[in-house]
Design a protein around this ligand. Structure first.
Ligand SMILES: [Zn+2]
Length: 149
């Protein structure tokens, strides 16, 4: 059985994955600030609704990789547990490429119940994609934006 802090945002048939507008906006501005470097964050909330995020330190001068420092990751998980919320997903940017999971994204992902978000900043208009890991591959999923709860 998975621990309570590890969410399953795709497990709710009648409730599509969603994110509050506030978090969506914050993520985008932080992602744009980190440009041309990659930005990443953990996404938190309850059930299928993402209501918060924890920015992760950008690994030095990485523009193509998505990796976290172990201590920072454990600190974030501890903060999630203390706040009594759930970890619902991760987000990272592709500063120079489309929002399609890279080979490295596929081999580096170990939490199949969570949502996997990519924001591409490669063109003038930011492009958002979200995926669920199903049968050894990333399947694109829909999401909605909700008002803040
Ligand atoms: Zn990636």
């Amino acid at each position: 059985m998975s621990p309570d802090w590890l969410g399953e945002p795709f497990a709710f048939k009648d409730n599509k994955l969603s994110m509050t507008r506030k978090v969506h906006k914050r993520l985008l501005s932080e992602a744009q600030e980190a440009f041309p470097y990659e930005y990443s964050a953990l996404l938190t909330g309850r059930a299928s609704i993402i209501t918060g995020h924890i920015p992760m330190p950008t690994s030095t001068s990485s523009m193509h990789t998505f990796s976290w420092d172990g201590a920072a990751f454990l600190g974030a998980i501890s903060a999630i547990r203390k706040a009594n919320v759930q970890w619902l997903g991760v987000i990272h940017t592709h500063p120079h490429s489309p929002p399609i999971p890279s080979q490295r994204d596929r081999t580096g992902w170990h939490y199949p119940s969570l949502s996997y978000w990519i924001v591409s900043l490669a063109s003038g208009q930011p492009e958002w994609s979200v995926y669920q890991w199903v049968d050894q591959t990333f399947e694109p999923r829909d999401y909605t934006l909700t008002e803040d709860t």
